[in-house]
Design a protein around this ligand. Structure first.
Ligand code: PLP
Length: 478
């Protein structure tokens, strides 16, 4: 597609929207400007391609398509079938998966689909068999009551939140924590690394139905072969949530023991983080779970979003191209260069570095909370997010960490030299920020002081750093 065609497509779309509600058109335009101008280090964000974005803005949005390809509860789904089948085929080929379900609307939804597929397979199906009935509607009231209790009485073992696990892995504020009796495994306090012996011991003691691997803030590779062995040793189903690092699996940076797909019974992911697709989720699984996974809608999902499945098909096709592997490798090279740049300037990093797309800075080394550091960096044009560190004394709200990641800046084309300059800008901000005090003189976890002139200067330097790497260079809205 030529430069002209992409600009024309977006410009025309905005014109059409502006005729109805100009404020929406303005906000869409302003979002592009903001994204172009910010040094985005949010580890979970990226920039989807123009083709992926355009695949979402059309009449597929109007179609109801409950069911699965070729087996819908609505008539007229032949075109939805085409894009859903394509997305699933690309996903299977890309990840070497036996089965792919591309309907989940988000990562949380993908996890819910996976949890209920496992519960249906391991708890509900045996109960139906025992009662000699085909479906839940045929159970007696007493058997149904007993099954509901049994479904709500299962155990999950996942990575603790402050070690980098995700809320949807059985934590109380999320529905998964209300569904499962959850225990978590942490990391070795000395190294910050997963201690597989400790995971094995926790599994032996707790005997979970599901062992969950995967994270949103762990900067290292995970050995999924070992986790599968642990799951097998206690009869657990092994599930991996690769939402954050799916792009590194797709790009073959994580292979062998570090690729979850051949080792896990079921794998969930988002499609919008390192995978660089539309906002959404996906489930990959072994053949024996496929039927249960395909019941995701209407079990826990509303009707599928055909326009997003079309965009998933486009993004997954892009991820199957050879240049995606190069992109994935550059994500990791950049994260390592950023980590090196920070370390060499004296920063304290959880695990001392990274071998994936993210870096976790322990900002207590700068005398700051995560909240103070996040805000001071934002004042200086650097967009990050605060995050707990292992055994965090400041809890999940203020935190002691800053999580940064390189998928987005790598998409723009920034390389290792720019990562070192980014480290310099961050280090300057963090060393020049001082923690503030409350009115009564006690240390504040939120207040801080940073010379506004310095913040402005850093923000200008961040803009200069981005200037040679325009975002969406083929899209000109003027
Ligand atoms: N799983 C992991 C590991 C994540 O990091 C996230 C998002 O941050 C999710 C699931 C949830 O994804 P979504 O926001 O698309 O529901």
């Amino acid at each position: 597609m030529s430069r002209n065609a992409e600009s024309t497509a977006f410009r025309s779309a905005l014109e059409v929207i502006r005729a109805v509600e100009p404020r929406v058109a303005d906000a869409i335009g302003a979002e592009l400007t903001d994204q172009r101008e910010s040094l985005k280090l949010i580890a979970s964000e990226n920039y989807a391609s123009p083709a992926t974005l355009l695949a979402m803005g059309n009449w597929f949005s109007d179609k109801y398509a409950e069911g699965t390809v070729g087996r819908r509860f609505y008539a007229g789904c032949q075109n939805v079938d085409t894009v859903e089948a394509l997305a699933a085929e690309h996903a299977r080929e890309l990840f070497g998966a036996a089965h792919a379900y591309v309907q989940p609307h988000s990562g949380i939804d993908a996890n819910l689909v996976a949890f209920w597929a496992v519960l249906a397979d391991r708890v509900e199906s045996p109960a139906l068999k025992k009662a000699q009935v085909r479906q839940v509607n045929d159970l007696t009231e007493a058997d149904w009551f007993a099954l509901r209790r049994e479904l709500g009485n299962q155990r999950m073992l996942g990575m603790s939140l402050d070690a980098g696990g995700h809320l949807t892995h059985g934590f109380r504020p999320n529905i998964s924590g209300k569904m499962f009796d959850q225990r978590s495994y942490g990391t070795d306090p000395a190294t910050g690394l997963i201690d597989y012996d400790q995971v094995a011991e926790a599994a032996r003691e707790f005997k979970p139905l599901i062992l969950v691997g995967g994270y949103s803030a762990y900067p290292r590779k995970v050995n999924f072969r070992i986790l599968r062995e642990i799951a097998d040793s206690v009869g657990a189903t092994f599930m991996v949530d690769m939402a954050h690092f799916a792009g590194l699996v797709a790009g073959k940076v994580f292979t062998g023991d570090f690729d979850p797909v051949p080792h896990a019974h079921i794998v969930t992911t988002t499609t919008h983080k390192s995978l660089r697709g539309p906002r959404g989720g996906m489930v990959l699984c072994q053949p024996e779970l496929a039927d249960q996974v395909d019941r995701g809608c209407p079990m826990v999902l509303g009707g599928p979003l055909p326009h997003v499945m079309a965009a998933k098909a486009v993004a997954l096709a892009e991820a199957r191209r050879p240049d995606f592997a190069d992109y994935a490798q550059r994500i990791v090279d950049n994260a390592q260069a950023l980590a090196e740049g920070l370390l060499s300037r004296g920063a304290k990093l959880v695990t001392g570095g990274t071998d994936n797309h993210l870096v976790l800075i322990d900002v207590s080394g700068y005398g700051l909370t995560g909240r103070q550091a996040e805000q001071a960096l934002l004042d200086s044009g650097i967009v990050t997010n605060r995050n707990s560190v292992p055994q965090d004394p400041n809890g999940a709200w203020y935190t002691s960490g800053i999580r940064i990641g390189t998928p987005a800046l790598t998409t723009r084309g920034l390389g290792t030299a720019e990562m070192d300059q980014t480290a310099e800008l961050m280090h300057t901000v963090l060393t020049q920020t001082t923690a503030g005090a409350n009115a009564d003189g006690t240390p504040s976890k939120a207040k801080y002081t940073l010379d506004p002139a310095l913040a402005d200067k850093i923000a200008r330097q961040a803009t200069d750093l981005l200037a040679p790497f325009p975002l969406y260079p083929t899209v000109d809205l003027t």
